[in-house]
Design a protein around this ligand. Structure first.
Ligand code: KIV
Length: 264
């Protein structure tokens, strides 16, 4: 049987100068493939609201939706650690019950930890989660659950200082890693050098301790316009359309099923 990595093993990659590889998954088949490819962390991101459910905002997915997908992902993963995004309502709205909601990801779904985005009450919530021994990944920079403008964050000095101090505060509060989303590379470099815990960048340049992308974006499985920081490693959407067209033509011409695909 394959041995699952532990959070501390993944975190220790920073000290060894090894990059951490994280990708999102929302269902069982993708989770199996990412795990087989050897990623370190599978994130059940609330981006599933946008890329898998066709919703406008990540705030439109709640606990039951996230848990449903987290359970499917966990079933497909043997070696990576699985982290689930806490949905907006579960810690920014229902703050008092954040620990209760987070525990459901660990004990009902089988995730190894949860992720929270920075907001005004973030440190208190992380404090409560850590007091309950729940592994927490932080997320600063562009935080889609509360962002009004999906643009690069931290270009001005005051904002950059804020992002640096938020990342430091999350480390002090006990987070095991921090996602840096959509910030200039120099700021990401500075944050990465000033933390002992790993930074995982998305649109934050090459100096982070690891990288994450939304899997559907990097595989070309979306019809949405992808941000500048996404490298499209494949165009599976096109492959699927071409494959389905072949099936359609074969059915239309009576070429499928063939004799060998038929019971006698
Ligand atoms: O929801 C998500 O997919 C994320 C990543 C972009 C980090 O939070």
């Amino acid at each position: 049987m394959v041995q699952r990595q532990t959070i501390s093993e993944v975190v220790s990659k920073k000290q060894r100068g090894e990059r951490i590889v994280m990708l999102t998954a929302y269902d069982y088949p993708m989770a199996v493939l990412l795990d087989r490819a050897g990623v370190d962390i599978v994130l059940v991101g609330d981006s599933l609201a946008n890329v898998a459910l066709g919703l406008e905002s990540t705030t439109q997915i709640g606990m039951e939706g996230m848990l449903h997908h987290a359970k499917a992902v966990v079933r497909g993963v043997d070696q990576a650690i699985v982290i689930a995004d806490m949905p907006f309502e579960a810690y920014q709205v229902d703050r008092q019950n954040a620990v209760f909601h987070a525990r459901r990801f660990l004990f009902e779904a089988g995730c190894q930890g949860i992720k929270v985005e920075w907001f005004s009450g973030c440190l208190e919530v992380v404090g409560d989660l850590r007091a309950a021994s729940i592994p927490v990944m932080g997320h600063v920079g562009l935080t889609p659950q509360t962002a009004t403008d999906m643009k690069v964050q931290g270009r001005e000095e005051a904002q950059a200082k804020k992002i640096l101090s938020q990342a430091r505060a999350l480390e002090a509060a006990g987070c095991f890693a921090v996602v840096l989303e959509c910030i200039p590379q120099d700021l990401a470099h500075q944050v990465t050098e000033s933390l002992n815990i790993p930074t995982i960048g998305i649109g934050a340049g090459p100096h982070c301790d690891g990288q994450v992308l939304v899997t559907n974006d990097m595989l070309g499985l979306n019809d949405r316009k992808v941000p500048k920081f996404v490298r499209q490693y494949g165009n599976l959407g096109q492959i699927i359309v071409e494959t389905v067209r072949k099936y359609k033509d074969d059915v239309g011409q009576g070429l499928f099923p063939a004799d060998s695909e038929t019971f006698h």
